[in-house]
Design a protein around this ligand. Structure first.
Ligand code: ATR
Length: 281
């Protein structure tokens, strides 16, 4: 079995637009690994049976994306600490006959900043986080893990921000969107986790004019690569990091589990996905 080609999947509904097959396909080819990474469209009702039959189907594991991340959390037998706290699983694998799951979004978020803004987490630790959905939960988990002690969560629906903040304790506070401008005036980091700024969506009603000169601004949206928020931050002279690297880095732990090699997020990989985004906005 050791020499058999290994299979991994990404499963979602829909799945056609996933860039994960390109990312894992690049690594399989670069490292000369005889394996495959296949996109499978699975409707919600079929997800449980699909996962239950995946090992018998020859899969070493796979990625799970919208709308199955919470179902995957319920179905796996063991979670890593991040998945436990976030309540969603995006990476599964089989070990000793058991289905295991992890959430690698928080890892991907932090690893992207580690690569493109080294030292981002070493200064005083206040952050403004825009949005209170699933992505925000992963970001807050990462920020807490990196020692941020003042995490200001703003959201259009304040109740959602309050609920999320409450699950993380006193280091996370909840505020209405209208407070973002003032809250941004003394933070080290500003993160957009909402879908605003994505092509076809509205722009985020947050201005970075009053953010400190040394604040770092990052966006989870990566289509376009430079969102209106990042463009405004750049014009204001602030350091920015786009969201593509989070997508690339969150993929590395799964690849290592399934194929036994820790892959690198190289400039070549990044350029390949940037070209793909350019051609398929
Ligand atoms: P995800 O899991 O990707 O985070 P989500 O759970 O749908 O997605 O959350 C989307 C986030 O974008 C939410 O914070 C949402 O705000 P609400 O909780 O008020 O819905 C935010 N969002 C989406 N559209 C928005 C808009 N037009 N204006 C302000 N915030 C918006």
């Amino acid at each position: 079995m050791a020499d058999a080609a290994r299979r991994a999947f990404v499963c979602g509904h829909p799945i056609a637009h996933s860039r994960s097959p390109k990312i894992h396909g690049y690594w399989l080819k670069s490292y000369g690994i005889a394996g495959s990474y296949e996109a499978v469209d699975i409707a919600p009702d079929d997800f449980g049976p699909f996962l239950a039959g995946a090992a018998a189907g020859g899969f070493a594991g796979g990625n799970v994306t919208i709308p199955h991340k919470e179902a995957a959390f319920r179905l796996v037998e063991h979670h890593d600490p991040a998945a436990e706290e976030i309540g969603a699983v995006n990476t599964v694998w089989f070990a000793e006959g058991r289905l295991r799951g992890a959430n690698t979004d928080a890892y991907g978020f932090a690893a992207n900043l580690d690569q493109l803004a080294p030292g981002w987490d070493t200064r005083a630790k206040a952050a403004l986080v825009l949005g209170a959905g699933g992505a925000s939960r992963a970001v807050i988990y990462a920020l807490k893990a990196r020692g941020f002690g003042d995490i200001r969560l703003v959201n259009r629906t304040i109740e959602r921000a309050q609920e999320l903040a409450a699950t993380f304790g006193p280091k996370v506070s909840a505020h209405p969107l209208a407070a973002a401008k003032e809250l941004a005036s003394d933070v080290n980091l500003i993160v957009n986790t909402t879908s605003l700024g994505m092509h076809g969506q509205g722009d985020l009603p947050v201005d970075v004019e009053h953010a400190p000169d040394d604040a770092l601004v990052t966006d989870l949206v990566y289509v376009p690569l430079e969102t209106p928020l990042l463009a405004a931050a750049r014009r204001r002279g602030l350091k920015t990091v786009d969201g593509l690297g989070m997508l690339l880095h969150q993929a590395t732990p799964g690849f290592e589990r399934w194929f036994g090699k820790k892959p690198e997020v190289t400039d070549e990989l990044r350029s390949m996905i940037v070209a793909d985004i350019g051609g398929n906005k």
